[in-house]
Write a protein that binds this ligand. Structure first.
Ligand code: WTA
Length: 634
């Protein structure tokens, strides 16, 4: 039986065990679950091809482990507490048995609509319970869900549907976000027009507005469920069958379809959830992420539900009707563990202390953060004002690709240090390497963060492109998984994540490939080329700064108008999260003689640091730098 770590010495002991014999360690963790057939081999791997297989030969269904395995003990316990956007609307609690019935029923709906094991299902929905129901129903019948964050544009959605060749799209009529009502279905309509693979669109009613339903293609969720049986036998899955695809940004323009498989992801998401958050039975756990991102997959749905937790799902935003919304929810539902992003903490901090001071929140025991480095000021504010100085903060470092948390304190067990993700979880072997790939041993070192041994929750491939999988993660430093992050290991052996070292920026905790944004800017008819970099932003962590070279501009050109239309273009091509904060129209970009853009220089200019550009001897045209500096100061 797997243990939950309860003390620091317990952590040290488990960590040692996991490193000496990882296979035994993970076999033990897997024993908590129900396997229709036990695996033949715990781990088979090499990082050269790469090939990573956990629990090979094992047969299971992840929803059987959420429901059938736990139903006798948890039948009436709340599985999901759903808090709507508006505090005036009632919250909804779904017990394990109610959620189970809804999942079985919708599984039957999917089967009746021709969805088969291995088919891809795209889900584009607001944070309503049906989003969780839809994903679990896919998992139950062996279909691969590909959830697309409902803030992406129709173009971005279409790219993802086409890449996954999804057969069906599940969506809603509209969405509520704070004071705004957002159309969802028409975005799906525009996307699906470009996608031949989609045969059916299932629409859940949320906002009640008129939507265009295409005959023979579009069906209402509620109509489809009418009279459908609540009996459904879960499909038998192989441990290594794909569970889901989740697209994420990389340093090249096309988003990558990160693939997670069934058995390893199940064991890892649940193990990390229980240990990091120190969840105890009966606790109410609230993660404020959107299920459209990996945090929502692993730590709203799979990890908590596999652990028999009560998971709170919130539809709205932290600042509406006012900046006390999260704290109202914590008090209303007596939340014990609260998990959010540094950008939300900074946004709330900027609203002043009055909202949080009004609330005692005695139920709170653990606070978590994820998505980007947390600055010390935000860490202290979170600790002092939200946690009232008595709740440990777990600064959890991980990625879409890692499936779950890799470096983090275990709440109340590993002593914390502001801005440090502290120590690796059992089973995780981080290494720091220099630019040449040489391992930097010992403490007090800084370099590129890599992981040298597989863990069960890691991604297995990029959908349809294993070569790119190898190139992105395993070719930079031979024999290692490269995270793309810079890191420091201090004198105590604690890890502090320093941010991305590749052409990826982190805007409000969302990963953005600079190439992706540049491509969207370049679609503008006047833009010849562009370069995008991140710069320090008080709330977002990093803002997006774009330098654009335009065609045929004379002195009378309306630069303001062009900038505005570039922003609208990016909005339409990717979505509001990619809209540049600043755009500077320039006559050229600083390039090397071989034509490479010197982003290092642009990053410095964007952050207002005009000194010390380092070696500029390879610059083709130094005058251009002067021009850009002058213009950026205007
Ligand atoms: C960054 C989110 C510092 C990091 C789960 C990583 C962090 C990227 C932290 C992954 C943290 C995530 N401290 N940086 N605690 N957590 N990051 O795929 O740069 O959306 O590579 O996964 O976010 O972002 P992703």
């Amino acid at each position: 039986m797997a243990v939950k770590i309860k003390t620091l010495s317990g952590y040290i002991h488990e960590y040692q065990k996991s490193i000496v014999n990882p296979e035994d360690f993970w076999r033990q963790q897997a024993e908590d679950f129900y396997w229709r057939k036990k695996c033949d081999c715990v781990l088979d791997w090499n990082f050269k091809e790469p090939r990573i297989e956990w629990f090979k030969g094992g047969k299971l269904n992840i929803t059987e482990n959420i429901f059938e395995r736990q139903i006798y003990t948890r039948k009436d316990q709340a599985a999901i507490i759903w808090e709507p956007n508006s505090p005036d609307e009632d919250s909804v609690t779904l017990s394990y048995s109610e959620l189970f019935n809804k999942v079985k029923q919708f599984s039957n709906v999917l089967l009746q609509n021709g969805v088969e094991k291995g088919d891809r299902v795209a889900i584009y929905m607001p944070m309503i319970p049906e989003l969780a129901i839809a994903m679990l129903a896919c998992a139950r019948i062996g279909a691969i869900h590909s959830i697309v964050f409902a803030g992406f544009s129709s173009n971005a959605l279409a790219d993802r549907i086409i890449d996954a060749q999804a057969k069906i799209v599940i969506t809603s009529d509209g969405a509520y976000r704070g004071a705004k009502k957002i159309v969802i279905k028409s975005i799906v309509d525009a996307a699906v027009e470009k996608c031949d693979s989609v045969k059916t669109v299932i629409v859940k009613r949320r906002t009640g507005e008129d939507v265009n339903m295409v005959d023979g293609r579009d069906l209402w969720w509620d109509d489809l469920c009418q009279g459908v049986s609540l009996d459904n036998e879960a499909e038998t899955m192989d441990a290594e069958d794909p569970l889901f695809i989740l697209y994420t940004s990389g340093s090249t323009d096309k988003p990558k379809g990160v693939v997670h498989t069934t058995g390893g992801y199940m064991v890892f998401s649940s193990y990390t959830f229980r240990n990091v958050f120190q969840y105890n039975q009966g606790d109410v756990y609230f993660c404020s992420a959107d299920i459209g991102w990996i945090t929502g997959h692993s730590y709203i749905v799979y990890g908590p539900l596999l652990s028999g937790a009560t998971s709170l799902m919130f539809e709205g935003i932290p600042t509406w009707p006012d900046a006390g919304r999260y704290w109202d929810i914590v008090e209303k539902h007596k939340v014990n563990q609260f998990y959010t992003a540094p950008t939300a903490i900074r946004a709330l901090m900027a609203e002043g202390n009055e909202f949080v001071e009004k609330k005692e929140m005695p139920s709170l025991k653990v606070l978590g953060t994820v998505g980007e480095p947390i600055n010390e000021e935000a860490w202290h504010w979170y600790h002092d004002h939200v946690g009232k100085g008595r709740c440990p903060i777990v600064d959890t470092w991980w990625q879409t690709e890692t499936g779950g948390i890799l470096i983090s304190p275990l709440a109340g067990i590993i002593p914390t240090k502001p801005s440090y993700a502290t120590l690796p979880l059992p089973g995780i072997k981080p290494v720091i390497v220099d630019a040449e790939g040489k391992e930097l041993k010992g403490n007090g070192v800084e370099g590129n963060l890599c992981i040298k041994f597989p863990w069960p929750g890691m991604t297995r491939t990029l959908y349809g492109d294993h070569k790119r999988f190898y190139e992105t993660y395993f070719s930079t430093f031979k024999g290692l998984y490269f995270t793309g992050d810079g890191v420091k290991r201090d004198e105590d052996g604690y890890y502090r994540i320093l941010g991305r070292v590749d052409d990826v920026i982190n805007v409000s905790g969302h990963r953005m490939g600079t190439a992706e944004v540049e491509n969207a800017i370049n679609e503008h008819p006047l833009v010849v080329e562009s370069a995008v970099v991140g710069y320090p932003h008080d709330i977002k962590g990093q803002g997006i700064y774009a330098f654009a070279v335009c065609n045929d501009l004379d002195d009378s050109a309306d630069e303001e108008g062009i900038i505005k239309s570039i922003k609208i273009g990016v909005n339409n091509i990717i979505g509001p999260i990619a809209r540049p904060d600043k755009i500077l129209i320039v006559s050229g970009l600083p390039k090397t003689r071989s034509g490479k853009i010197m982003r290092r220089i642009l990053r410095k200019i964007a952050s207002g640091d005009y000194d010390n550009f380092g070696d500029t001897s390879t610059l083709l045209d130094p005058d251009i730098v002067e021009e850009i500096i002058d213009k950026s100061k205007l």
